[in-house]
Ligand binder design. Structure first.
Ligand code: NAD
Ligand code: TYD
Length: 367
């Protein structure tokens, strides 16, 4: 039985991972540590909060004493570090929080793990620190460049990717210097349920439903390699269970799309759903398909993001060969599932949009 600490478990990928782990590894204990920043959302975990194998702790990964206490108290043998500031645009307007959480926070977790796992007289039999990172640390690809591999030199371009790169180096150094058992995964862009509506795909879904513009940065030809979040969770699981200590694994979707093509796909998917479910017209009367128009009419080209990376793509060959990893969700299917989730869980994102989410937390959790 594993006792696993999931940092950032109230965020998008972390919450999906908690659901995934409790379902796939019954009997394991999952402890979430999350500071519940603007991006954290306890309602993403509301359906597991009464599970006896789950516990939530409100706290900051920079609080090393708290982390060390939790490791000891719960006999934690696996740490999965999702906690981060994760939005590139916010890192451009305010980088400080990224340096604090992504770099200092990761080091705080590493120190606590070193203290409890390596210096204690009775450490758990097997311990692993898994660090969740991004393909953005490798910088930007040209149109004909081969996809990133685990040996592509780091060349981060935004404060976000630079802070993630620094955290990756710290994780590597704690393995090399102190012998801490670590693994790192560098993953491409995720999409799916529970994603905060500042990121491209949920932003477009929700703006279409309200008849608001769909902002496309620059010429819309930037390319990302999109992966359904559940496939990412399965990849992390494989790295934790089968990855070599000190190993780095790229996880990707082999699924490169330009931004404009993605937004068109989301528009078509929403329009189709309105056609097959006339009740949606009453729920979202301002959405173009409610009045027989096309969602694509909302597409609006806006100023480009400063330093906008042109293309990311992952070569997942090492993860395929060493771990048996393969993405399973086809993009069109994943987008349908995602649009459907946002249509069926309007309360989740309306609370965020209406700003009532903080009230919800204090009522439900006394925070
Ligand atoms: P997110 O922004 O949705 O969630 C981050 C979570 O971390 C939130 O719940 C937040 O409250 C919590 N948090 C922030 N600062 C904290 C602190 N100091 N202490 C404790 N908790 C804190 O992020 P996400 O999209 O779920 O990304 C999770 C991880 O995956 C990040 O490390 C990110 O770099 C990485 N990643 C994300 C993607 C993607 O497409 N979203 C792709 C590859 C890698
Ligand atoms: P995003 O979801 O912010 O992820 P990342 O920057 O980490 O890749 O953005 C995905 C792509 O979509 C990126 O190229 C920026 C672009 N984008 C837009 O064109 N408009 C938007 O409103 C947003 C949020 C992103």
């Amino acid at each position: 039985m594993n006792c696993i600490l999931v940092t950032g478990g109230a965020g998008f990928i972390g919450a999906n991972f908690v659901h995934y782990w409790l379902r796939e590894h019954p009997g394991d204990f999952v402890l979430v540590l999350d500071a519940v920043t603007y991006a954290g959302n306890l309602s993403s975990l509301s359906d597991v909060r009464n599970n006896p194998d789950f516990k939530f702790v409100h706290g900051d990964i920079c609080n090393r004493e708290l982390v060390a206490y939790l490791l000891r108290e719960h006999n934690i043998n696996i740490i999965v570090n999702f906690a981060a500031e994760s939005h590139v645009d916010r890192s451009i307007t305010g980088p400080d929080a990224f340096i604090r959480t992504n770099i200092q926070g990761t080091q705080s977790l590493l120190e606590a793990a070193r203290d409890v796992w390596l210096a204690s007289t009775k450490p758990p039999e097997t311990c692993r620190f898994h660090h969740v990172s991004t393909d953005e640390v490798y910088g930007s690809l040209g149109p004909d460049d081969p996809p990133f591999t685990e040996t592509t030199p780091y060349a981060p371009n935004s404060p976000y990717s630079a802070s993630k790169a620094a955290s990756d180096h710290l994780v590597r150094a704690y393995h090399h210097t102190y012998g801490l058992d670590v693994t790192t995964s560098n993953c491409s862009n995720n999409y799916g349920p529970y994603q905060f509506p500042e990121k491209l795909i949920p932003l477009c879904i929700i703006n279409i439903l309200h008849g608001r513009p769909l902002p496309i940065y620059g010429d819309g030809m930037n390319i990302r390699d999109w992966l359904y979040v559940e496939d990412h969770c399965r990849g992390i699981d494989l790295v934790i269970r089968r990855g070599k200590s000190g190993g780095v694994y790229n996880i990707g979707g082999c699924n490169e799309w330009t931004n404009i093509d993605i937004v068109n796909l989301v528009c078509d998917t929403v329009d189709q759903m309105f056609r097959s479910d006339p009740k949606l017209q009453d729920s979202f009367p301002d959405s173009p398909p409610a009045s027989g128009s096309f969602s694509k009419e909302l597409i609006t080209f806006v100023d480009d993001r400063p330093g906008h990376d042109r293309r990311y793509a992952i070569n997942p060959e090492k993860s395929e060969k060493e771990l048996g990893y393969r993405p399973e969700t086809a993009f069109e299917q994943g987008i349908r599932q995602t649009v459907n989730w946002y249509l069926e869980n309007t309360g989740w994102w309306q609370d965020i949009i209406n700003g009532t989410y903080r009230d919800w937390i204090s009522t439900h959790y006394g925070m």
